[in-house]
Each structure stands twice: as C-alpha cells, then as structure tokens.
Design a protein around this ligand. Structure first.
Ligand code: GLA
Length: 390
C-alpha cells in the first residue's frame, strides 16, 4: 500500500504568467454516482465532471518536431520528439504520449508545442486525474492545431491511450464524463451504444462530499484488469447456454439463476453484481429525475455493498468510511468510486452537518488507521473546456 500523492502542488502562478500561453484548457475530474465497473461490460453509468480540475497551458513552439511538457507538481519536464512517440517508463508521461500517438492517427498537423500542466486532482483517488489529463491534452492539441478531431474520437483515443500506453484496460466512462458533462447535470451513459442523456441534478439541501482515504493499494491496476478478464470469461460461459449473450449487459437474473449451480462461484458473483448494478443505475436515474433523493442514496449504499462483497474491489479504509456514513441519517447515500482498492468515497450529505461530520469522521479515521483522510465538497461542473469558454 502506498499513500497517494497530490499530482502537482507547487505555487505556479509566476511560471504560468511568464509562459504566456496561446490557449488554456480546464479539464475536470469526475465522480460516478452509481454504475461501478459496468462500463467495460457494455453497461450503464451515472457520472459527471466536477469543479476540481487540471489546467493545461499550451503554445506552439518554434521547433516543428519537439514538444516540451512541464508538470509543475512533479517538478518534471518531458521532452517529446513527435517522430518517435513510444512508451515511457514514467507512468504519467504515458497518458500524454498515448494521446499524442492517438491524435497522430487522425492528423499530421500536430507540430512542436510547449505545455505546462498544473493540477488540483490527487492521483489514485478514484476521481480520474488520468482521464482529465488525457482529455485535456487531446482537447488542447485539437484546438491549438485545428485538427478537426470529433469529441467522440477524442474520448476514444484517450481511452485507448490508457489501454495501450498505460496498460489499464479501462472502460469509456471516465473520458466520456470528463469531456461531455454539463454544469449541474449528471450523464446517464449507455456504454453499449455510447449514447447518453443529461439529467439535471438538484440535491438541495444536500451536498456532495468526497472523502479521500489517501490510500491506493498496489492491487488497483492488476485487479482491475483481472476483473475485466473474469467478466469476459463469465460471458464465454454464459454464451454456451445463451448464444445471443455477447456481454454482461445482455444477461439477466433469470439466466444467472438457471446457471448458478454450474457456474464458477467467483464468476457468478462478478456477473450477479454487474447485472444488478445496471438495474440500479436505471432506478437511480429515475429517482434523481423525481427528486427522490433518499431512494437514490439507498441505491448508492447497495452499490457499495456489491462492490465490497461480490465484485471485491473495495478495501478496509473505504468500507470504514461507508459504515461510518451509514450511521448518520443525514447522509443519504455513499459509495466508493473508480477502480477501487483506495481513493474516495462519494457522500450525499445534508449541508447543515458537513463541518461536524468531517471533524467526526476525520478523527475516527485517524484513530483507526493512524493517518489522515482528506475531505472536499464538490459540485457537478462542465466537461473539458477552453478557458475563455467558462
Ligand atoms: C476506473 C476506470 C473506469 C471504470 C471505473 C469503475 O475509473 O477508468 O473505466 O471502469 O474504474 O467504475
């Protein structure tokens, strides 16, 4: 287990001013209310972008082949030769290299540029600093060089960067939410058809609280890919009995009940979770539209329970925070987010108790684990945009 670090933290104002960017891009982190691990199973998710962002400053350089990218908090400079894009041993660089490689498949118009990256997003905390970086990079270069790449293509090539350069076989939710979201809305995304609708979000008198466990267990990336393989294996098994099944999206509880006795118990648990998580997303979207927030919150708790016991991607720190939340009836719902094994919980909490609750839960967490959590109130916000567009 390692403690998570904040991506880029130093005071960067002077550096950015002196840089004199041609364009500035704001690229947000994302939350996901419900629909854990459903995206790579062609399922449904309910995410949105948040008002915490990575800021990317771009300008064209005089050298047509060379790009210089400075990440303020990492105190690190990445120099790229556009004629030789290949994987780096530094993981954060692979997000950028993968996106540039992806854009080059669409257009040869990218030439040398300089970029400064300044982030408010903690790494490994389940709010997708990686998608924010990928999409910010894709969006910025598309604008700077007028590449004409569509939003959907930018989303897909950012996701592919993660598959091929970073090595995480993620779904499309993060990149989609980071790019498409609108202020005060959530995105109901169908990852099979890649179609979506925007649902207005009015939580008053409740607010959204992120509690960051400040841990990122080493299992996170290997277990993520393992879950994906388990789901694929489950589909192959189910297919032998129901040939029309091409993904867990096409499976229902009747099929699973019929197959349970003959199915590997682990694969059954994983499939059962995904099938019912998709149902919860639809119910949750409906409750949200009717402002039935208590019912909405209950589904979040159920989602967490499934992620903990059936999908087995939680950890003791996350579970502690969820159990603590459940004891407070002013918290309507809470669950872990993202790949799992650390990162944040999302909590729907009454505005009047926030300060008190944060001090109670922080103290309890410190006593239990001997290190601190971090707390942030966030709001649904715009997807990746140019500075002038805000
Ligand atoms: C990570 C991945 C997403 C999604 C979530 C789990 O954030 O990048 O594609 O699978 O985990 O819901």
């Amino acid at each position: 287990m390692k403690k998570t670090e904040t991506f880029f933290t130093k005071d960067s104002d002077a550096l950015i001013k002196a840089f004199n960017a041609d364009i500035t891009v704001h690229s947000p982190g994302r939350i996901n209310f419900i629909g854990g691990h459903t995206d790579y199973n062609d399922g449904l998710v309910l995410p949105t972008a948040i008002d915490q962002k990575i800021h990317l400053y771009f300008k064209k350089s005089n050298n047509p082949d060379i790009c210089t990218i400075n990440s303020i908090g990492f105190d690190n400079t990445l120099k790229i030769n556009l004629n030789h894009i290949q994987k780096s041993e530094h993981q954060w660089e692979n997000y950028i290299l993968g996106v540039i490689h992806g854009l080059q498949q669409y257009s040869s118009a990218i030439s040398g540029f300089d970029c400064i990256i300044d982030s408010q997003l903690p790494i490994g905390s389940g709010i997708s600093s990686s998608a924010a970086l990928e999409c910010g990079m894709a969006y910025g270069l598309n604008q700077l060089f007028n590449l004409g790449v569509s939003t959907l293509d930018m989303i897909q090539l950012s996701r592919d960067a993660e598959h091929h350069f970073v090595g995480t076989k993620c779904g499309i939710m993060d990149q989609f939410a980071v790019m498409i979201s609108k202020k005060n809305h959530v995105v109901l995304l169908d990852c099979e058809s890649v179609t979506y609708s925007l649902i207005p979000m009015n939580l008053k008198p409740y607010k959204l609280l992120l509690l960051n466990t400040n841990v990122s267990h080493n299992l996170a990336s290997s277990e993520y890919n393992t879950r994906r393989t388990e789901c694929e294996t489950a589909v192959q098994f189910i297919q032998q009995h129901y040939p029309a099944v091409t993904s867990l999206r096409k499976v229902d509880n009747n099929m699973l009940n019929t197959l349970q006795a003959s199915m590997d118990p682990i694969l059954f648990k994983r499939s059962h979770f995904i099938v019912n998580e998709n149902l919860r997303v639809l119910q949750a979207a409906d409750f949200l539209q009717k402002h039935q927030l208590h019912e909405f919150g209950k589904l979040m708790y159920e989602s967490h329970k499934g992620l903990q016991n059936q999908y087995q991607v939680s950890c003791k720190e996350l579970d502690f925070l969820i159990e603590f939340a459940k004891q407070n009836d002013q918290i309507l719902g809470a669950r872990m987010m993202g790949g799992g094994f650390g990162g944040c919980t999302i909590n729907i909490i009454h505005q009047d108790i926030i300060d008190n609750y944060i001090s109670q839960v922080s103290q309890a967490y410190l006593e239990k684990f001997s290190f601190e959590l971090s707390a942030n109130i966030i709001e649904p916000d715009e997807g990746t945009t140019l500075k002038s567009a805000i």
